[in-house]
Each structure stands twice: as C-alpha cells, then as structure tokens.
Design a binder for this molecule. Structure first.
Ligand code: BES
Ligand code: MN
Ligand code: ZN
Length: 504
C-alpha cells in the first residue's frame, strides 16, 4: 500500500473519504465534491437520521451518482465532532479507520480529503500529514504466515492519496512521521514473530539491519558478557540452547562527543518462567516478552530514519528463559556486573536480572544524559493499571514529567507509580546482597521490581522505568493500533527526544 500526499481535487474513480463536522458540516472541498455528485452527499446525510457528523461516526454513500463525480465507487463521510474541538489525532483516526474500512473491500484506490473545517485550529499541512500517518499505522497487517487466505480476505488497496490544499507543508511534516511509522512497524513485526523465528541471535540480526539507516550496531555474545561480569543476565539464559546476546545500537545525529540519551530494553524472546515454570494456559503470550527490546529497536530506527539531531544509544538484552538441565535453579546466587550479588528465588522474575546488567553497562560505558528502560516486567502492573496506562517509575521528576507529557501527545499513556525505600525490606536476602523477588505478603510486585532496578542506577543518573506488560499487546482494535503488537514506546520516546533532547 502506497501512501502519498497530493493536491486536492475531486478524484475520478476509486473511493473518497470526506471529513464532516458536527451538524453535518462539509468543508469547501466537501461541498465541491457534493456538487460534482449532484448533491448526493447532502441527501444521504439528510436521509441517515443518526449521522450528525459526530466524532467517530461514518456514513458510506455508494455510487454517489451523476455529474462529474459519477466515477467514484463510494464516498465515505467521516464525522469529526465539534469543529472547535478537533485535534490532530482526529485526523490520524480518520486515516486509520478509512484504510481499515476499505482494505479488503475490493477497492484499489482510496483518497482521503484531509481538509481542515471552519472553526478548527489546525494547520492544513498537519491535518494531512497526520491522516497519512494514521493510514499507515492503522493499516498495519501481519499476514506472512497465512498461506490459505481466500481472495476476498486479501487486501486490495494499492494507493492511498491524502488530499490537501497544503501539499508542500504536509509533505514536509509527513516525511519524519513516515520514518516514525516505519519504526513502529519494525517493533510490531519483532513482537508478533513467534519465538522459533525471533530468538536472541535472529533478533540481533534484525538489529544489524539498522546499519543501513546509519546506526552503528555492536553485538556481544556470551563470551564477551562473561568477561564483563554480567552474571545476572547470563544466569537467565543458561538454560537455553540459544546464545544470549547484548546488542548496542548507536545513532550519532547530535553534537560530536555530546552525552547520549539512552534506552534499555528487556528482550526475553521467550519466557517459560524457567525452573519456576509458568502454567501452560496462555504461555504462548510470552513470545512478546521482548517488547521492551522491540520498542528500543523501533525507536532507534525512527530516530535514525528521520535523522534526529541527537546522540542516542539503544541497548537490548536478549535471552530465552528456559527450563533444562543447565537452567538456573531457585536459590542460585549470581553476581551482577555491578558486583552486587543476587539470590534468585524465582527464575520467573528474570526481566530484572537481565536489565540490571544491561543498565549498569549502559551507564558505565556511556554516562548518558538519562536512561529509560522498557520492559514487560510484571503481571502486577496489569492488576494496577490494566491496559490503558504503562507504569512509570522514576528517580527524576523532570524526566518523569517529560515522559508523561510525551505519552499524552502520542496517546501512549503513562501513570507514575511510587518508588520508596520502604519497599526495600522485601528484597533482603539471608545469603546475598538482595533477592530477586519480595517474599510472600509484601504485595506491590511492580514497585518492588522497580526498587530492585533502582539499585543498579549509578550516581542519580536520571532514570525512568516503563513497565509495559499491560500495553505491549492489545486484544482490542484501536484506530491507529490494530489488535496484536502495539509498538508501544516508539512514538512516546521519539516524541520525548523531539520535544526536549534535539540540538536546534
Ligand atoms: N514476563 C513476565 C511478566 C508478564 C506477565 C508480562 C504477564 C506480560 C504479561 C515476567 O517475567 C514475570 O514472569 N513476572 C512475574 C514476577 C514474579 C515471579 C515476581 C509475574 O509478574 O508474575
Ligand atoms: Mn518471567
Ligand atoms: Zn518475563
């Protein structure tokens, strides 16, 4: 599917989407099309009593008839609601829903009239650029393993033209957004792939592909990690036939020698729980226990793709958590790269064990301006926040506020959770510096996990931990986020960088 921004004029064929304000308000382009169709659109709106142009309402007008509009297969009217309240995201939703409605409808050409209606405060170029972004994100599909799709199930849509009066401005705004969408797609693909396809080595190979965007990619194997003393990370992977990997990605788009921003991702390519094995029901979901790492890869791709003026490092810890004769046992004591020892009481609390070494390495080597880690870390965060917010834990109010604001603008919501010494009690081990889970009765599993990670933050480095267990995978369709792997984190982090950390 090719998505392009073009000057608005009434298309002669295919399908066309027009935006409508509350009270059935068409814009000037809409009126022009209506005229070309001999007034068919106005009549259709009057006939469909329930269609008022309200937010999220759609009305399909088939074969809209005579005049020069006669070549159109259909016109879809998309309600935006009160025009004074319309924001850019509304255009993303229109682009996304339009593509979803027509992807498999037999149509090959779609035009989206992304005009800004009277009363809406939004640059025309922005509306069009966001509609195009929405079309790509909402039109995402993962069909590669379906070999028996019936013809009528297959997507037919070949081109999407986003029509605007401000094509040059829209194209300029759209270029970086399209790179962002490409980053989100990389993440969604990695997260959707099953664990027989994406395992540490193959995921590292996917990271290497960022080289073509100008990202420098280093891959450390078990030998190198052993030399570095990453006993916590290596302990998690020791039960697997697959070699653990640590991938370091550098994007140097900022001032030479300037301190980088840094992102660290949990990449458990499959989490069986290890010897503390998980129940069978639903275990297949643990193929996406590498979504934090996936988001880091997608973010690096987005930053490099749009040539962001920032120095950024992305570090992903890639392991497979398996039970076997060589697997780590409950009660084993491991020594992390920091020198701190950890008693592994539960081998299913493995995310923190790989992150602690990856975080230490990142800070020691790069002295970053800040470090954000992303991890599908705890089931408990789903109990707290469901699937609407990711948990945000941070030692720094400024970073925390920047992240929360970025999440709001990109609709990747965060909710701040507490960190506090009082929770440390549960991590006391009778034999080592700490244990990897709090004992029974402590509760607050997501917070104790974050407290554990905080012990690996060096010298008050501004740090934030995003527990994305509830938001990395979705069972319901949202406009720009179809069911399945969401790509959560890429838009958020890209926005964080764009708003606060790029050289001007
Ligand atoms: N990957 C899981 C967390 C998870 C659960 C992610 C459900 C997505 C959906 C993590 O490694 C894990 O197993 N956490 C345990 C920790 C416990 C043993 C302290 C959990 O949440 O049950
Ligand atoms: Mn686990
Ligand atoms: Zn896990």
């Amino acid at each position: 599917m090719k998505i392009e921004i073009v000057d608005s004029k009434t298309p002669k064929r295919g399908s066309l989407v027009l935006v409508v304000g509350e009270g059935r308000q068409l814009g000037s382009f809409g009126q022009q099309v209506d005229k070309a169709c001999g007034g068919a659109l106005g009549k259709a709106m009057a006939a469909a009593a329930r269609f008022s142009g309200g937010k999220g309402q759609w009305l399909e007008v088939l074969a809209p008839g005579g005049g020069s509009g006669g070549g159109l297969n259909r016109v879809l009217l998309a309600g935006l609601g009160k025009t004074t309240e319309v924001k850019a995201v509304a255009y993303e939703a229109v682009g996304a829903d339009a593509v979803k409605r027509l992807a498999t409808a037999g149509e090959t050409e779609l035009a989206i009239g992304a005009e800004v209606l009277k009363g809406t405060m939004l640059p025309a170029g922005e509306a069009a650029a966001r509609a195009a972004l929405g079309a790509r994100l909402g039109g995402y599909r993962f069909d590669k393993y379906r070999t028996k799709m019936k013809d009528r199930e297959k997507p037919t849509l070949k081109t999407v033209n986003v029509l605007t009066q401000a094509a040059p401005a829209a194209k300029k705004l759209h270029a970086p957004l399209d790179k962002l969408a490409a980053g989100v797609e990389i993440t969604r693909n990695l997260v959707t792939e099953p664990a027989n396809i994406i395992y540490p080595e193959s995921m590292a190979a996917e990271c290497r592909k960022l080289t073509k965007l100008g990202v420098k990619v280093e891959v450390l194997g078990e030998r190198e990690m052993k030399k570095l003393g990453m006993g916590a990370l290596l302990g998690v992977g020791q039960g697997s036939e697959r070699e653990s990997k640590l991938v370091v990605m550098h994007w140097n788009g900022g001032k030479k020698g300037g301190k980088p921003v840094s992102f660290v991702g949990k990449g458990v390519c499959f989490d069986t729980g290890g010897i503390s094995i998980k129940p069978a029901g639903g275990m297949e979901e643990m193929k996406w226990d590498m979504a934090g790492a996936g988001a880091v890869v997608g973010t690096m791709a987005a930053l490099a793709g749009r040539k962001a003026k920032v120095n950024a490092v992305g570090v992903v810890a890639l392991v497979e958590n398996m039970p076997s004769g060589t697997a780590q046992r409950p009660g084993d004591v491991v020594t992390s790269m920091s020198g701190q020892t950890i008693e592994v009481l539960n081998t299913d609390a493995e995310g923190r064990l790989i992150l602690c070494d990856a975080m230490w390495y990142t800070q020691q080597r790069f002295k970053p301006q800040f470090m954000v880690d992303l991890a599908t870390l705890t089931g408990a965060i789903i109990i707290s926040l469901g699937h609407e917010h990711a948990g945000l834990f941070s030692n720094n109010d400024r970073l925390s506020e920047q992240l929360a604001a970025a999440g709001k603008s990109e609709d990747e919501l965060l909710w701040r959770m507490p960190l506090s010494e009082a929770y440390d009690e549960g991590l006391k081990s009778p034999i080592a510096d700490m244990q990897n889970i709090a004992g029974p009765g402590f509760g607050a599993g997501s917070i104790t996990a974050a407290q554990f990670l905080q012990r690996f933050v060096i010298d008050k480095t501004p740090w934030a931990h995003l527990d994305i267990a509830g938001v990395a995978w979705s069972k319901k369709d949202k406009a720009t986020v179809p069911k399945g792997a969401t790509g959560f984190g890429v838009r958020l982090l890209n926005r964080l960088v764009a708003d606060h950390y790029e050289d001007r």
